[in-house]
Write a protein that binds this ligand. Structure first.
Ligand code: ZN
Length: 197
C-alpha cells in the first residue's frame, strides 16, 4: 500500500462533493484526532457496511427487517411520501411529518427515461395494492430529473383510487432537495397540490 496519508486522501476524495483539497484537509484533521475518535469513525463505517440494509417496506436504511418509521404504530401508513434517497427522509422527519415514506432509489433521466425498472415503482404499486393508502405525496427534487420522475409516477398511479399530490415550492427550482432547509420543506409539504381529484 502507498503512503497511508495519501491513501486516505485518495479514498476521501471519492466521496460526493469532496475535492482533493477538502480531502487533504479532512485527512490532516483525522490524523490529529485522538486514537479513540479516529477508530470510532473507522468502526462506524465498517458497522454501516456490515449491518445496514434496506427496509423491506419503504427502502429506508435500517439494521432491522423494517425501519423504525414503518414499525411505528403511531405513524399514518395511509399517507406515503415518495422520495429519491434515504437521506431525504432525514430532512422530512425534521418537519414533523407523520406519514410514512417510499424511497425510489434514484430519479429518471428524461433522455433514457425507459430505465424505469431502476426506480422502485413496482414496489410502490405493491404497497398501494396490499394496504390502505389514501394519499401519495411526490417529493422528488424540483429539478429536471425530479419533475420528469414525478410525472412518470403520476401517470402510472392514475389508475388507482387515491389522492396524488406534489410538494409545493417553496424549494427553489432547480436545486436538489438535499439543500433545502426544514422550514422551506415544511411549507412545501403543507402547500402540496393535489394533482388528480
Ligand atoms: Zn421502512
Amino acid at each position: 500500500m502507498s503512503n497511508p496519508l495519501e491513501n486516505l486522501i485518495e479514498n476521501l476524495s471519492k466521496l460526493p462533493g469532496i475535492g482533493r483539497r477538502t480531502a487533504q484537509r479532512l485527512a490532516f484533521f483525522i490524523m490529529n484526532m485522538s486514537d479513540k475518535d479516529a477508530l470510532s469513525l473507522a468502526h462506524s463505517i465498517i458497522n454501516l457496511k456490515k449491518k445496514a440494509k434496506y427496509c423491506s417496506t419503504c427502502f429506508n436504511i435500517t439494521d432491522q427487517e423494517k425501519c423504525n418509521i414503518c414499525s411505528d404504530p403511531e405513524r399514518d401508513s395511509s399517507i406515503i411520501c415518495v422520495v429519491e434517497e434515504p437521506s431525504n427522509i432525514v430532512l422530512f422527519e425534521k418537519t414533523g411529518y407523520r406519514g410514512v415514506y417510499h424511497v425510489l432509489g434514484k430519479t429518471l433521466c428524461p433522455v433514457n427515461g425507459l430505465d424505469s425498472e431502476k426506480i422502485r415503482l413496482k414496489e410502490l404499486e405493491e404497497r398501494i395494492k396490499s394496504s390502505k393508502v389514501n394519499e401519495i405525496i411526490i417529493a422528488t427534487s424540483p429539478n429536471t430529473k425530479g419533475e420528469f420522475t414525478a410525472q412518470w409516477i403520476i401517470d402510472i398511479l392514475k389508475k388507482y383510487n387515491l389522492k396524488i399530490s406534489r410538494i409545493a415550492y417553496g424549494v427553489p427550482i432547480g436545486i436538489d432537495l438535499e439543500f433545502a432547509d426544514e422550514i422551506t420543506l415544511l411549507k412545501a409539504l403543507e402547500g402540496r397540490k393535489i394533482i388528480n381529484v
